[in-house]
Design a protein around this ligand. Structure first.
Ligand code: PEP
Ligand code: MG
Length: 755
């Protein structure tokens, strides 16, 4: 086969670049030589390299053809001019008539007015733009696709060398003088309040490719084939193993099919090898291109696929001998803010909690389990921060403002100062809540509201006494399971539950049986691929299908109680028959334990979580059997509105403070009141003062909330008169609008209710 001319040309050019890089000399001298060689090779009058400095400023670092005095003087912000445009969109631009492009920004010091055509490509690494490589010609030249490809390959080589600091030192990448550098501010959605200050830790692997340019494409193609083969058999072994270790089976399987089976993908890698890159650099180049292109896509499905693709290509890179650059735990600074595209709860728990100061997510939704865990750990979280990954670099200083949903990257002195001020103010507020610790949660018109805590880890337990809460209204037993590598034994479980009861010092604790599945996978319990995991095999469904697992947990609970009162509730009950089946498992286990000599609990109370709408229509029957009901509004709302609670795109689609939810809750509360049944709510909504106000207005007298919410909710209760609110709520239930949030907010403000 006749090789396309571009491959030969590209290989020759890359070899020259490698020789320049290997020859030593000052970084500037090497950059100058690089632009000269590229210009000559591509037959262009101009070749320039712009490097991204801190603060999103692109600075001309080297040029062949433009005026020398412009070097280190010409600077463009991202988005400014054609160069800024290439950086902003992370994609190439080839223009025969650049000067008439609306984005053209004339810089007199460069003398570029005589050049008509321009082709530029972003210098990309890890989906981030490190700079822009530009070629210009006097004539109105139409650049070919091959030429753009060659420049992209060259940019890939430059990216690796820029990243290793060989060409531009870290000090040169520091903020420029003479250009006012505002701290970068990224706006997102508030997911958990609080302020966190620390250094960024990007939650994904960084794979360092050391050898970028290769001598012989045939050798590299063979290496690629070998690595693909190795990866394939490694994945096959993993998939075939009995327990599909590491719980990554679904993602791996899908991505594996997508990538290895995708001829387009491997073809692009092979072509990149033909242009002179090593196999690993070629894989990384294609990964970079895909990342940059996909970064513009908002669709969560594609973004998820992209995450999986990255994961697989990272594995392939490791097979090709690239090195994992992720810092080891011991190398991490004391205060870290984790930055992730999205993340499951177990991944967050993998981080050293003593160092974790905040979490920034490109995706993220307030009722996702990672958000709930972060709340339990009192870690401020800002979600839906677009471009967090491309704007934040490893170890960048960050301030996470969970109160306002803002992240400050490399904040200046002024920002830091104002934050010390808000940290002081929130400390003051915390002190006022602490002062209210022993005050009763009683409304102005004398209604007492029981305030319980949501917990799930032993470290949550001290909050019970610090906040003066009445008890633990929801103990999520799955969290310790998620932090382990294998299923805990009955003894291990009993030890945890016993410790929880010890630490509760007689206050009631409601243990919820395992609620795994959905977004809470256990690495050691394969659940198979599910199209709709939130509506899939989870919670009590697993418990009933695997009764041994449920029985073991119940045995552990009965043993842990050791004669003390025991409160248990079952999650995701969809119908009375499920509750009966779960209760039968408990009854059997109880009898066995008592027969075996375990002291029976002083009292055994049994409840169901109301999380599936079908159960609303069977409440009267259910209430004859349960001691209490706990409304799990996180799931209840996602099923009621058919909106995935973890999908950030849908977060605004439904609201607890909307007529249909208020109408449903009014009915549930009335049904319970009619039968004298205890009812509480343990979803996240209860932790927000405005929502809690509405719930109390609807007649609820018990809430279970996250520890930091106890103070604010108690203050709200103490400033509220329930009776007029109840009357007002009646007028809202029939309204046609999407939400009555604004009306309730105004009501609270007008009536001096502390929300
Ligand atoms: C709920 O669904 O409201 C609930 C409390 O359970 P979880 O958030 O753990 O699913
Ligand atoms: Mg739930």
């Amino acid at each position: 086969m006749q090789e396309p001319i571009s491959w030969v040309g590209a290989r020759r050019l890359l070899r020259r670049l490698r020789d320049i890089m290997a020859a030593g000399g000052s970084a500037q001298a090497r950059l100058d030589q690089i632009v000269r060689v590229i210009a000559a090779d591509i037959v262009a009058e101009v070749c320039s390299i712009y490097v991204m400095r801190a603060g999103e400023v692109l600075e001309l670092f080297a040029t062949e053809g433009l005026k020398r005095e412009a070097v280190h003087r010409t600077r463009l912000r991202v988005g400014e001019g054609l160069v800024g445009d290439i950086a902003a969109y992370a994609r190439p631009l080839a223009l025969a008539d650049a000067q008439h492009h609306p984005k053209f920004a004339f810089r007199p010091e460069t003398g570029e007015e005589i050049y008509h055509s321009l082709v530029g490509v972003p210098i990309l690494r890890d989906g981030r733009v490190l700079g822009v490589l530009v070629v210009q010609n006097r004539t109105q030249r139409h650049y070919t696709e091959e030429e753009v490809e060659i420049l992209e390959t060259v940019a890939m080589v430059l990216a690796e060398t820029l990243a290793t600091g060989e060409l531009v030192g870290a000090s040169e990448l520091a903020p420029t003088d003479g250009i006012a550098l505002l701290p970068v501010r990224l706006d997102g959605m508030r997911i958990n309040a609080g302020i966190g200050i620390g250094q960024a830790l990007l939650h994904h692997r960084r794979i360092a490719v050391r050898r970028v340019i290769a001598e012989d494409p045939q050798t590299e193609l063979a290496r690629l084939e070998t690595a693909l083969g190795e990866l394939k058999s490694a994945l096959d072994t993993m998939l075939a193993s009995a327990d599909m270790a590491h719980g990554e089976h679904r993602e791996i399987l899908e991505t594996y099919r997508m990538v290895i089976g995708d001829r387009g993908w491997t073809r692009r890698v092979r072509e990149a090898i033909q242009t002179g890159l090593s196999a690993e650099a070629a894989v990384q180049k294609v990964q970079n291109d895909t990342r940059a292109r996909m970064a513009q896509v908002a669709d969560p499905f594609f973004r998820e696929r992209l995450g999986e693709l990255n994961e697989l290509t990272d594995r392939l890179l490791l097979h090709l001998g690239a090195e994992d650059e992720q810092p080891k735990p011991a190398e991490l600074p004391d205060d870290i803010v984790v930055v992730a595209r999205d993340m499951g709860p177990a991944e967050l728990l993998d981080y050293d909690r003593a160092k974790l100061r905040g979490l920034v997510l490109e995706e993220g939704a307030p009722t996702s389990h990672v958000a709930i865990i972060a709340r339990a750990l009192a870690i401020p979280v800002v979600g839906r921060v677009r471009d967090a990954f491309s704007k934040i670099d490893m170890l960048d200083p960050l301030i996470v403002d969970g109160e306002r949903g803002v992240v400050f990257v490399r904040p200046g002195e002024d920002v830091q100062q104002s934050f010390s001020e808000s940290v002081r103010l929130s400390a003051e507020r915390a002190a006022s809540y602490a002062a209210a610790r022993d005050l009763p949660a009683v409304t102005r018109d004398g209604e007492r509201v029981a305030l319980h805590l949501n917990a799930g880890l032993l470290i949550d337990m001290p909050h019970l006494h610090e906040t003066g809460a009445d008890g633990i209204g929801l103990y999520r037993t799955e969290l310790p399971f998620m932090m382990r590598a294998s299923f805990p034994t009955v003894d291990e479980q009993a030890q945890i539950y016993g410790r929880v009861l010890d630490l509760a010092r007689g206050k009631p604790v409601i243990f919820r049986t395992l609620d795994i599945g959905g977004d809470k996978g256990l690495p050691y319990l394969p659940d198979g691929h599910e199209e709709n995991p939130a509506m899939g095999w989870r919670a009590i469904r697993i418990g009933l299908d695997r009764p041994a697992m449920l029985r073991q947990q119940l045995r552990a609970l009965i043993r842990a109680a050791a004669g003390r009162p025991l409160h248990i509730m079952f999650p995701m009950i969809a119908e009375v028959a499920e509750f009966d089946a779960a209760r039968a498992v408990l009854k059997l286990e109880y009898e066995r334990q008592v027969a075996a000599g375990t002291p029976p609990p002083a009292e055994l109370k049994l409840g169901a979580m109301l999380e599936v709408p079908s159960l609303v229509w069977q409440l009267p029957t259910l209430l004859e059997r349960v001691d209490f009901v706990s409304i799990g509004s996180n799931d209840l709302l996602q099923f009621l509105f058919a909106t995935d609670r973890t999908n950030p795109r849908l977060a605004d689609r439904y609201d607890l403070l909307s007529p249909p939810v208020l109408a449903m809750l009014r009915r549930v509360i009335a049904d319970c009141a009619a039968r004298g049944a205890a009812v509480s709510l343990c979803g996240e909504a209860g932790s927000h003062p405005l929502e809690a106000m509405a719930l109390i207005g609807l007649g609820l007298r018990s809430l279970s909330v996250s520890p930091p919410a106890i103070g604010p909710i108690k203050m709200m209760i103490r400033s509220l008169a329930v009776r007029p609110l109840a009357t007002y709520l009646e007028t809202l239930i029939g309204l046609p609008g999407h939400s009555v949030r604004a009306k309730l907010h105004d009501y609270a403000v007008d009536h001096g209710i502390a929300i």
